[in-house]
Design a protein around this ligand. Sequence first.
Ligand code: CP
Length: 309
Amino acid sequence: MGIELKHLLDVDTLSKEDIFFILDTAESFKEITSRDIKKVPTLRGKTVINLFFESSTRTRTSFEIAGKRLSADTINISATSSSVTKGETLLDTLRNLEAMNPDVIVLRHPASGAAHFLAKHAACAVINAGDGQHAHPTQALLDLMTIRERRKGGPAGLKLTIAGDITRSRVARSNIKLLNKVGIDVSVCAPASMIPAGIETMKVRVFHNMKDALSGADIVMMLRIQKERAGKSLFPTLREYSRYFSLNKETIKYAKKDVIVMHPGPMNRGVEISSQIADGELSVILPQVANGLALRMALLYLLAGGAKQ
Ligand code: CP
């Protein structure tokens, strides 16, 4: 069994079988990351370009380490160090990078749809590392990988609540689509100003208070407020937001006792999540990051056509 994947732009085109195949591949790469010598020749001779037009700690670092652990030549380009600052377009940037014959371009961009645009014009594989508020497929896949590791009975039937700035979150959009595909019952919770119109069509239940949203939840995924994506504030004060929508020692009591606490990062401690919960025993926030590395190794392997060692 295998998978035909030219690009990874969002999770829409993935079947349930594709999803589990990617996760199984990632599981097999996880062992490499725990070895003393964490490098295999799988992608020797391949070239991966990380083209990041937006800030990133986790995604960019994990793609870079993933490429290097698989022996690919891995190059990082940021907006500030590229000729985009001199007026070069995304298409011209692509044409010039492709003149050097890369195998994979990993793109993060503030514009929704940027990765689809790049893929339409690219000869090499394109991985969407987050485009505007549209999609973040590798985050959703690593989140599902983390859930699957911790709930051995499988994801189907689990109840998951995503709480935070849903409107401006690409993580929420990709997760809702992916988690629905594997049978997870997804709810969202936020003030009405942070819930996009028509979200019910994505098969989610909508709540505006943590008590109802977390009632019986197996998993809670907290999201930060995406202040960089809109000029106007979507709530009166941070203090008020935190009072009603934070995950803390009081609100977590509404969920199941063994609830899994997730956050894609970066966290705003004391706003959407308290430090006690973020650093507590129910938190899988750092295991999410560790799984992100294995997941991105798997995707580079599958898209760059490496020979597994
Ligand atoms: N979760 C996530 O995308 O984090 P970064 O912005 O640090 O990559």
